[in-house]
Design a protein around this ligand. Sequence first.
Ligand code: ZN
Ligand code: ZN
Length: 236
Amino acid sequence: MYEFDPHLHCIASGHGTTHTITDLAKQAREQHLSMIGLTDHGPATMHSGRVSYFRNLKYAPKNRCGVEILYGVELNILDYKGNIDLDYETLESLDYAIISMHPQNIRPGSTEENTFAYVNAMKHPKVKIVGHCDDTKYPVDYQALVLAAKHYGVVLELNNSSLSPEGYRGDTRSNARSILYWCRYYRHPIVLSSDSHGKENVGDFRYAIELIKEDEFPEELILNTSTKRFKSFIEA
Ligand SMILES: [Zn+2]
Ligand SMILES: [Zn+2]
């Protein structure tokens, strides 16, 4: 019932994974997905792709092993002003971008600082997803974040790896619930993501689905049900 996974990492993200884009595509096909979004870490992450890697993605095949591929990036938010780690021109050549806070690149600020940083980073037209903002290290004002997301045409993700028992962002369930609460309140969609580093967890949304069922979150507010809908969302 879910057609795509928008947040995946291949060998170009470092972190020890040796899987290629084709490996991810093959795994996606096995999981019956028709589309994946490749979103390697931006250049500020140690051992990740350099700017030239992201610049060349526009020449990469749009279809591998029968699976449509979107080429994006998981940007690092670098400071509380919301500055990010790819230049405007390179971003323009990609399908979309995720904005995330990672401890290597930004120290957790106050709720106001973190929220302000996310909202400012949302303003770039290629930014379409806020990555793992359920992280307990980076408190945010979820109501403000969802309102801004609605304004700028961005969605918050429900990150399966955060919710997994092996997750390393603290117990994110209550933050994930706040995301669901405010998205339902303002009728703004969410997107499920595996955040798989390598092929192992491609299309694995099991913990996110658990939460969605518990909270009876409306299916029509989940973008993963239609690749068409997601594509028109990122093109809007
Ligand atoms: Zn991340
Ligand atoms: Zn990621």
